[in-house]
Ligand binder design. Sequence first.
Ligand code: NAI
Length: 335
Amino acid sequence: MFNRVARRAFSTTRVNPYKVTVLGAGGGIGQPLSLLLKLNHKVTDLRLYDLRGAKGVAADLSHIPTNSVVRGFAPEEPDALHSALEGADVVLIPAGVPRKPGMTRDDLFAINAGIVHDLASAAAEEAPKAAILVISNPVNSTVPIVAQVFKAKGVYDARKLFGVTTLDSIRASRFISEVAGTDPTREHVNVVGGHSGITIIPLLSQTRHHELTREQRDALVHRIQFGGDEVVKAKNGAGSATLSMAQAGAKFANAVLCGLAGERDVIEPAYVDSPLYKSEGIEFFASPVTLGPQGVEKVHSIGEISSEEEELLAKCNETLKKNIAKGVAFAEQKK
Ligand code: NAI
């Protein structure tokens, strides 16, 4: 048994009191994501909001003996959304509808654009300095919507807005390890561009796997771009990736929190307001970013790429430009 002093000396975890809000916490992603955030020692105040079920999820999670207080907020209570958001350091948004078989992420725009717009408006009022992590699809368009909402309210900080693309990276690690017969935890693929179909560009030429044939590379690129469809098909109408997405969302949220806490060399890919292709009219792009106390500290370039990847990039950027314009036009018309 440790005495009190020894116990204190034994505890090396520095507690950072971060307030984290999940909007859409009762859903397929929201529930496991909230669980993983409850297990994150950097989170001390966890607030869950959803049109349905957030209070139940909060009550359930509140019995886990970690150092955070969990509260659930239901829309029938006065000012629930605003109370859930007030003073948050990090806001994750997985609210919205998921895909059914045969749908693209863009097909979700009609419903999710409005949901994200309204949640972003509340976030801009109650947590204007928070890091906003957008999970709701189509991310290529929902992130520009959030940017427009924050700009209209005069509180936009490009360093604090993120489209969560981590799932593409974790899938890439897994899928390449299956082809190469390696340990997936030691695989890293730089995945850049956007977060849907052909806008997802895994830069396989930058990996150590030069042994892969052209056919293997093409098949791998396709699987990473359309891996989400495997889950949508297997769930057969019951939704899209939720558990792997929760893991991805929690990983990215932890990276953002590590950055806020001043840890060094925190680098993760994300879809952000990016200088990389602005000259081509592309305002948002996913690439590795260094995360710091103010959010994005540095947007990294995509590095050397092969001629095949150049072709993928050209197609990606053509689509991204349209996806971004669609989000901006939606937000403009809502003004
Ligand atoms: P789901 O339908 O299981 O859960 C969504 C939740 O959002 C529901 O509980 C619903 O009540 C809630 N909601 C809807 N409107 C809301 C509002 N105005 N305020 C608060 N809550 C609201 O869906 P799931 O599977 O959790 O997916 C959520 C979103 O995440 C979808 O748009 C999906 O496409 C996206 N997604 C994103 C991924 C990524 O890599 N960024 C990966 C997988 C899914």
